[in-house]
Design a binder for this molecule. Structure first.
Ligand SMILES: C[S@@+](CC[C@H](N)C(=O)[O-])C[C@H]1O[C@@H](n2cnc3c(N)ncnc32)[C@H](O)[C@@H]1O
Length: 425
């Protein structure tokens, strides 16, 4: 049983941390057998549970660089050195694939993305009683509270530079009544801002937003309600654009982008490396959950691409870019949960790439498992969904040829991966 520390009749339990859990917490077992999840601690450390207070620090412990580390919910493992941190992320992919039944998988080293490169942030906003605005990420362990950020070590400095001007502008924006969010996407054309507000901006506010956009070099500011799915342009000073494999795409406000350019490049490399070695001139690749075409345009260098996506604004942007880029990508709007690709449709393709949302692709997996596709390349942002979906492929006789963990969300517990499935020997 772990020892007890007692002082003036009050006893606290010391435990030794066994491992890092999936959320980045240290795992330990209390004397009564209860599983403990303790923030900010590392495997091997002896820890006083109350606090928790580290009594014997691990050699893997480093000083977290960010002044907001701890209260901020954005980074949970800044106290862990890069080597063991990367190994932890790789281990989570190994574990996810083992849970699906795949043993001895050739899992590559983690592709870690550097600090100060994140190009996408959804910042929470809260109006305080004195009228000032807190802007930042949700607090760790208390999602109702916003950690008011002065800086951020993961975001691109061009986005961090907007914190202060945004805060000042929002202070005098009446349509931010109590709460909202500011979604920032750093495009090739500059920052793109989508404001979620609990009020409706009037004419004067739009004029103020246009002046703010001009002063800060923001080509477009869009707005929507707190739970809105459709946005409205509030100020547009110029075109918006981001290029994938050299093809410019005009994204809708708040569009999905891979979180960092480096992460995107690592995903593209692993996806292209996973394609069948010999693709004929007539070969076609099916790409599911195509978004704006992040993968479609790089894939189109290898074969013609049939790209499927359900979000209407994303398909429209992808379709417009594809038409101008030589016709090797054809975009189709399709809800793959309601209408997965049928076995007969899959026969037209030499390979398939899927990059599903967090929930995974349960509805699509049975048809993929039975198919005779040359390769299935699965881009995952959720190890639990990957486990569930990979299990279906195992049942269909698929094996894993390569697996690459990609850490786009530095110091968080999130994990992305590219897993290449092939059939037979
Ligand atoms: C993880 S993102 C990947 C997007 C793109 N591959 C990229 O790398 O930028 C997942 C995409 O799946 C789309 N999606 C979500 N549910 C879908 C569904 N039921 N059918 C088709 N696409 C869906 C989302 O709109 C989003 O574009």
């Amino acid at each position: 049983m772990p020892p007890l520390s007692c002082f003036q009749g009050y006893c606290v339990v010391d435990v030794v941390i066994d491992a890092l859990g999936a959320a980045g917490d240290g795992l330990a077992v209390a004397p009564d057998g209860a599983r403990l999840f303790l923030p900010g601690v590392l495997p091997g450390e002896r820890v006083q549970v109350e606090g928790p207070v580290v009594l014997s620090p691990s050699p893997d412990r480093v000083d977290p660089p960010c002044p907001h580390y701890g209260p901020c919910g954005g980074c949970v493992t800044q106290h862990l050195a890069l080597g063991p941190y990367s190994a932890w992320k790789r281990g989570r992919l190994v574990e996810a694939l083992e849970r699906a039944g795949f043993r001895d998988v050739p899992v590559a080293a983690t592709e870690v993305t550097p600090p100060a490169t994140r190009r996408r942030a959804d910042l929470a906003l809260r109006r305080r009683p004195d009228g000032s605005v807190a802007l930042g990420f949700h607090a760790r362990g208390d999602s109702a509270r916003v950690e008011d950020l002065s800086t951020c070590f993961v975001l691109d400095p061009r986005l961090v530079a907007l914190f202060e001007p945004l805060r000042a502008m929002l202070r005098s924006l009446p349509s931010l009544r109590r709460e909202g969010s500011a979604m920032l996407n750093l495009l090739d054309s500059g920052p793109d801002l989508l404001l979620r507000l609990d009020g409706t901006p009037g004419v004067q506010e739009r004029t103020a937003l246009a002046a703010f956009a001009k002063a800060q070099g923001i080509p477009r500011i869009a707005g929507t309600s707190l739970k809105g799915t459709v946005s409205e342009t509030l100020a547009q000073l110029g075109p918006v654009s981001i290029a994938f494999a050299g093809v410019p795409v005009a994204p809708p406000p708040g569009a999905f982008l891979q979180a960092t350019p480096q992460g995107e490049a690592a995903i593209v490399r692993a996806v292209l490396a996973g394609l069948p070695k010999k693709l004929t001139g007539k070969a076609r690749i099916a790409e599911l959950h195509a978004g704006l075409g992040t993968l479609s345009f790089p894939l189109s260098a290898a074969a013609r691409v049939a790209a499927y996506e359900s979000a209407p604004e994303a398909v429209a942007a992808l379709d417009a870019a594809a038409r101008k880029s030589g016709g090797r990508v054809v975009a189709t709007k399709r809800d793959l949960v309601r209408q997965p690709l049928a076995p007969k449709e899959l026969e037209a393709f030499a390979a398939l790439v899927l990059d599903p949302p967090f929930s995974g692709a349960a509805e699509q997996m049975p048809a993929l498992a039975r198919s005779s596709l040359g390769r299935i390349v699965y881009v995952s942002c959720n190890p639990a969904a990957l486990t569930r979906d990979a299990k279906v492929l195992l049942g269909g006789g698929w094996r894993i040829e390569a697996a690459t963990p990609i850490d786009q969300f530095l110091w968080s517990a999130q994990l992305e991966a590219v897993v290449v499935f092939a059939k037979g020997k």
